[in-house]
Write a protein that binds this ligand. Structure first.
Ligand code: XMP
Ligand code: MG
Length: 187
């Protein structure tokens, strides 16, 4: 599949599976601990950011040993080219109110962190009981914009990656691993 397009594998299918199980155990433990103190009794609400987070979100949901509900948002960042501007527009909003809910934003990748920073402010204004973030991948630049990310799968180098939900021109999302793209693809 995609012969010659992938230059290298950065995160294998097995590594993704193992890390997802690890994150799921941690998230479930934290959620149970939080709930037992608060008297809240609602399922954890996963908010996935379309489309990149879909693969990770569905695997994470199945790995979580607690009931979860799924919601999706689609956002687009204004601005030119590949760098995000931090000005975000909602393409698809949540289907329901999140007031009083325990919400976990599920992201594929945090690059500059600008998109996430906007999303956190937006969702926080809807008054969830709690709001945290889980991302499969994080790039070094994310450290410069200080967004609180509780759960991180892998810190990766500052390279463009595809696979497992991540695309280049809508392709490669269906690869089961994370890889770097051969420069011949952009050429
Ligand atoms: P910021 O910079 O706001 O943007 O954190 C995060 C969004 O940018 C996209 N992005 C990538 N998509 N491979 C991709 O397929 C990458 O290496 C990559 N880096 C950033 C992605 O949509 C993410 O949600
Ligand atoms: Mg993309």
């Amino acid at each position: 599949m995609y012969d010659g397009d992938i230059a290298s594998t950065l995160v294998t299918e097995q590594a993704i599976r193992e890390k997802t199980a690890e994150l799921a155990a941690q998230i479930a433990a934290d959620h149970s601990a939080e709930r037992s103190g608060s008297g809240r009794d609602s399922d954890l609400l996963l908010v996935g950011v379309l489309k990149g987070a879909v693969m990770f979100m569905t695997d994470l949901a199945r790995a979580l040993p607690v009931p979860v509900q799924l919601e999706f948002m689609a956002v687009t960042s204004y601005g030119s080219g590949t760098s995000s501007s931090g000005v975000v527009r909602i393409l698809k909003d949540l289907d329901r109110d999140i007031a009083g809910r325990d919400v976990l934003i599920v992201e594929d990748i945090i690059d500059s962190g600008l998109t996430l920073s906007w999303l956190l402010k937006n969702l926080e204004s809807r008054q969830p009981a709690s709001l945290s973030v889980c991302t499969l991948l994080r790039k070094p630049d994310a450290v410069t914009v200080d967004v609180p990310v509780k759960y991180v799968g892998f810190d990766i180098p500052n390279e463009f990656v595809v696979g497992y939900g991540l695309d280049y021109a809508e392709r490669y999302r269906d690869l089961p691993f994370i890889g770097t793209l051969d420069p011949s693809v952009y050429a």
